[in-house]
Write a protein that binds this ligand. Structure first.
Ligand code: CO
Length: 173
């Protein structure tokens, strides 16, 4: 089932998500619904809080060069933790909760991340490139943070101005 995505400045996006304790059917249903929602919105990542569920669960599915997403590339990460990080890189990020806004954000270039699968199996992977960026972006959601919080003061001011204007326009008949 496709779910509605919370959009900034919805306060729920600032919530701290709770660890998942039960790797049961309701978690599986949530992950399936999140995947349907992410694909329908052409997203490459989605955190549970973006559909209003404050649980530490996220999805990432990086497209290939042609922009196609394949089910076999889907990563489901439950209770993810970054246990090591190195370097620094800049990438132009976007977010389904901040639609149509993109800006440069600095993050670690390489990470080692621990997480659990939907069955509760522990995994540990090393990531760089877009995968490392996506993990950091989505884990930030679980702690109530959005990528726009990482912008410089002036960029943030510019964003808020543009966003206000956009919201006002979208409210007009
Ligand atoms: Co996001």
């Amino acid at each position: 089932m496709k779910l509605p995505i919370l959009v900034y400045p919805d306060r729920r996006l600032k919530e701290q998500s709770h660890p998942v304790d039960n790797f049961d059917a309701s978690l599986h249903k949530l992950l399936d619904d999140m995947n349907e929602t992410m694909i329908a919105n052409n997203g490459i990542g989605l955190a549970a809080i973006q559909v209003g569920v404050p649980l530490r669960a996220l999805l990432i599915n990086l497209p290939d060069e042609e922009g196609n997403q394949y089910p076999e590339n889907l990563i489901e990460a439950i209770n993810p933790v970054i246990i090591e990080k190195r370097g620094c890189t800049t990438y132009t990020e976007g977010c389904l909760s901040v639609p149509e806004y993109y800006d440069d954000v600095e993050r670690a270039e390489w990470i080692r991340v621990e997480f659990f699968t939907r069955e509760g199996e522990r995994k540990e992977i090393e990531a760089d490139g877009l995968l490392a960026i996506a993990f950091q972006h989505e884990i930030d959601h679980l702690d109530g943070h959005l990528f726009i919080e990482k912008l410089s003061f002036l960029r943030r001011k510019k964003f808020e101005k543009e966003w206000k204007k956009k919201l006002k326009e979208s409210r007009q008949p």
